[in-house]
Design a protein around this ligand. Sequence first.
Ligand code: NAD
Length: 355
Amino acid sequence: MLDFVYQALPARVIFQAGALSRLPEEVQRLGVRRVLVLTTPGQRKLGEQAARALGALAVGVCSEAVMHVPREAAQAARAQAEQLSADGCVAIGGGSTIGLGKAIALTSSLPILAVPTTYAGSEMTPIHGMTENGLKTTGRDLRVLPKTVIYDPLLTLDLPPALSAASGMNAMAHAVEALYAQDANPIVSLMAQEAIRSLARALPAVVAKPRDESARAGALYGAWLAGTCLGAVGMALHHKICHTLGGSFNLPHAQTHAIMLPYTAHYNHTAAPEALQRVARALGGDTAAEAGPLLMALNRSLGLPASLAQIGMPENGILQAAETASRNPYYNPRPVLHDDILAMLQRAWRGDSAA
Ligand code: NAD
């Protein structure tokens, strides 16, 4: 029987090749007059270009965004925003840059306009995070949800193929877990299936021809849908494990998601057969048991690393990771039992088959 709650999150989304040119009008639409532009050090030029296009609407560029929002970086950016009397932020970049914007919004309520240049999906969520002493804490707060999101596929043309593949599979993970979320609902499930289909179609084309605009548009479209799923429903085992692995062993975020996804999908396939069947069908298969192997085949075709060992996870960390991931109870279709998680992590460390 159908039984669900669906709550839409408010956001204005503009999706168009070349949409960055609409930045000044969209900033004005928000009623913002003093913008602080945020980027990583590597994307500073893009930030400066945006600030020039904004003219008098921009009061500064902060290019100090780094992975996982260290507290010091957040405090420095908050101080800069305050000193410049900024009344809004434009975050141009991936999850790290948008995360920095969220850290500013959390304490100041400044509106964020996000211009994502990866497929991580943070721009569509009210989830914020910060890292201190190697520990990442996250929370949900509507103040950090970007008010406007500009998706411009042209900005992703230079995202290196390996990073594009990993980031795309990070998006894929949001969609897969949305299908068996505790608060899953029909609209989000439709978006999740469309996200999986779109990412599976576009990512191999992106890796083969990174400057193919239509492939890039397909991947970014899938990432938008997947990010919407992440913002709308709760996640489960997969996100918990990746959070644990990333935090404890400093593993690269997107690659960790890509490697783990076939294993976590397979872990849940008997407990959430309908959801995993929908995953398999969106990937061109038929049964729930095929979901994990099909995700692994996609990883392989994208040239992604096949094991946790390959991305620097120490073998003697597996036990600790299994303990952390199974210590605090959280929702997952199949019970999160220490020995089962340990066995799954051992397989993922070696890069064994998902099934
Ligand atoms: P990222 O933002 O760290 O970007 C990775 C690197 O790619 C950076 O050096 C960046 O400068 C570069 N880059 C970004 N776009 C580029 C482009 N188009 N061309 C060339 N280089 C480009 O990586 P990410 O995977 O997008 O984000 C990861 C972070 O986001 C993690 O901290 C993760 O926890 C967080 N995240 C948060 C949410 C959320 O809802 N809060 C969702 C997903 C991810």
